[in-house]
Ligand binder design. Structure first.
Ligand SMILES: Cc1cc2nc3c(=O)[nH]c(=O)nc-3n(C[C@H](O)[C@H](O)[C@H](O)COP(=O)(O)O)c2cc1C
Length: 171
């Protein structure tokens, strides 16, 4: 493995990339930096924030580099949405996919992204408020949407690290 490459909008994905870099010694580059510094064909772990199920920057990263593992960062629970991410982003069956819970802060969003999440707050948020017997994940999602939330935690990287220590480092 040569590097971690990431795309972050409000900082969570960057935090995870830096935490994982510290844990493994792999260099971490934003996709923009990587385009200048990292030779094409390098073997990478790609991390991107999730926007409506799409892992931002993955298409471009996959053209430039050999993506050995893909990591989506979203407001959903760590480990959720993996099959959806795989399907929506057309990830090869042989590439492991991970999902990490990041932060959410409406104030950090601008333009169309802010508009989309304000709509989501109104629709999903409203129906979650009404829903009886909410699961712990639904309560967390509602809290994130209504109040924002800080969820980046090193322990969320444990599955990715487990894969890296067993197989990933030598790929
Ligand atoms: C327009 C938009 C769409 C989003 N779609 C999803 C989604 O499909 N699934 C999810 O879990 N989180 C979704 N999120 C939440 C972000 O992925 C989450 O806040 C993430 O931590 C942002 O990462 P960043 O801080 O690196 O930008 C969305 C956020 C925005 C602004």
């Amino acid at each position: 493995m040569d590097a971690i490459v990431y795309t972050s909008n409000t900082g969570s994905t960057q935090e995870y990339a830096k935490l994982f870099s510290k844990k493994t010694g792999l260099p971490a580059y934003s996709l923009k930096e990587a385009e200048k510094k990292l030779p094409s064909g390098s073997k990478i772990i790609y991390m991107g924030w999730l926007a409506a199920g799409s892992v931002k920057g993955f298409g471009k990263a996959a053209k430039l580099y050999g993506v050995r593992a893909l990591c989506g960062v979203g407001m959903g629970k760590t480990g959720s949405q993996i099959q959806d991410i795989r399907k929506q982003n057309s990830v090869a069956d042989t590439t492991p996919v991970f999902m990490l819970q990041g932060n959410f802060d409406m104030k950090k969003l601008h333009g169309v992204y802010r508009f989309m999440m304000q709509c989501m707050k109104l629709t999903v948020g409203k129906s979650l408020v009404k829903k009886e017997n909410k699961s712990a994940d639904e309560k967390d999602m509602l809290d994130m949407l209504m109040n924002g939330g800080v969820r980046v935690k090193e322990e969320n990287l444990s599955d990715l690290y487990g894969w890296y220590a067993k197989d990933g480092a030598n790929l």
